[in-house]
Design a binder for this molecule. Structure first.
Ligand SMILES: Cc1cc2nc3c(=O)[nH]c(=O)nc-3n(C[C@H](O)[C@H](O)[C@H](O)COP(=O)(O)OP(=O)(O)OC[C@H]3O[C@@H](n4cnc5c(N)ncnc54)[C@H](O)[C@@H]3O)c2cc1C
Length: 298
């Protein structure tokens, strides 16, 4: 095992050993990360990545862990959690947000500033970095709709600014970001009617509360929308609502979600994902593609 004491010396209580994935993912399941670090500044995040590079230690960056499933075998090396890098500034129609800022704060503050374009993405529980990485979206609005540029650093620690035009993106997919750690994103939004935007936001939050199993841990939709259809419709039509493996269950509220119904292991959740895919394929011929990201060994 590498000597991690320089990390403890530098980050103190923000450096932990053996923290279970229940502590940093919304599935509240999975094994432990060898080391988790929550840097307080972008300089600290850069330093941490550089230290990992020099020590040949695996380095992974996560936001709120709301789109990942961590293996029960855990994560080797250092997992950097961006949650303390949460500054958001609004000036005119421009929004600059650090990677660890909550996406929902961007949605809330932009609506309250009378800026249109993110109100329908209200309630997505990820970070700005995760939203950009996934091109997160809802109800017809996506992160990339209003993106201007990203600031990031590459595997060598070199800073890069990527204009939107230089990034390939599509539905819940973004190309060319592998090996990049996003530090911040810049957006431009047009002016809208503040009262309408705030009302739209409230409607979206109410719709989420009504239609999603927010009382149980999950990582949102498990599968991407297949062309011309909805994964949840196919799963529901296959009669899979309530299907259970160990502590993992296909939500009875929204068939597109797998929830941790109590004490689920990552293996339970993974096995249920496979079972749902196989049964939908057998019943309809449609191959569902995973939206969620598997981390570690499965
Ligand atoms: C209840 C619920 C509802 C949801 N609803 C929606 C929805 O409506 N629409 C939607 O699109 N998603 C939804 N999601 C999924 C999830 O919230 C989004 O995908 C979100 O954008 C993930 O952000 P995160 O910070 O949690 O990313 P994480 O899960 O932490 O990471 C996801 C990926 O992004 C990478 N990443 C994270 N931060 C950085 C960074 N700074 N630099 C480089 N890479 C980074 C990680 O390495 C990983 O590969 C939902 C999830 C839940 C639990």
């Amino acid at each position: 095992m590498p000597d991690y004491s320089p990390l403890k010396d530098r980050f103190g209580e923000h450096c932990r050993f053996g923290e279970g994935a229940a502590g940093f993912t919304t599935y509240r399941a999975g094994g432990a990360a060898e080391v988790t670090v929550r840097p307080g500044t972008t300089e600290e995040l850069l330093w941490l990545a550089g230290w990992c590079r020099a020590a040949a230690v695996p380095f992974l960056v996560l936001g709120r862990g709301s789109n990942v499933l961590v293996s029960d075998r855990g994560l080797p090396g250092v997992t950097a959690l961006t949650e303390r890098l949460d500054r958001i500034t609004i000036s005119g129609g421009a929004i600059e947000a650090q990677a660890g800022a909550a996406w929902d704060e961007v949605a809330r503050l932009s609506a309250e500033a009378g800026l249109a374009g993110f109100e329908k993405t209200s309630g997505i529980p990820g970070s700005v970095g995760g939203a950009v990485r996934m091109n997160a979206g809802a109800f017809g609005q996506e992160t990339f709709d209003r993106l201007v540029s990203l600031d990031a650093f590459d595997r060598q620690g070199k800073p890069v600014r990527l204009p939107k035009a230089g990034i390939k993106f599509g539905y819940r997919s973004v190309g060319g970001l592998d090996g990049l750690t996003v530090l911040s994103a810049r957006f431009e939004l047009p002016a809208g009617d503040k009262a309408v935007l705030i009302q739209d936001r409230s409607c979206v939050l109410a719709a989420r509360a009504a239609k999603q199993p927010l009382d149980h841990p999950s990582a949102g939709s498990v599968f991407k929308r297949p062309p011309g259809d909805y994964a949840s419709r196919l799963i529901d039509a296959a009669g899979l609502k309530g299907l259970r493996i160990g502590g993992a269950e296909v939500s009875g509220v929204h068939a597109g979600f797998i929830v941790n119904a109590g004490g689920a292991t990552a293996a339970d959740i993974y096995a249920l994902m496979q079972e749902v895919r196989a049964r939908v394929k057998a019943g309809t011929g449609v191959e569902l593609e995973l939206e969620q990201i598997l981390l570690g060994e499965f």
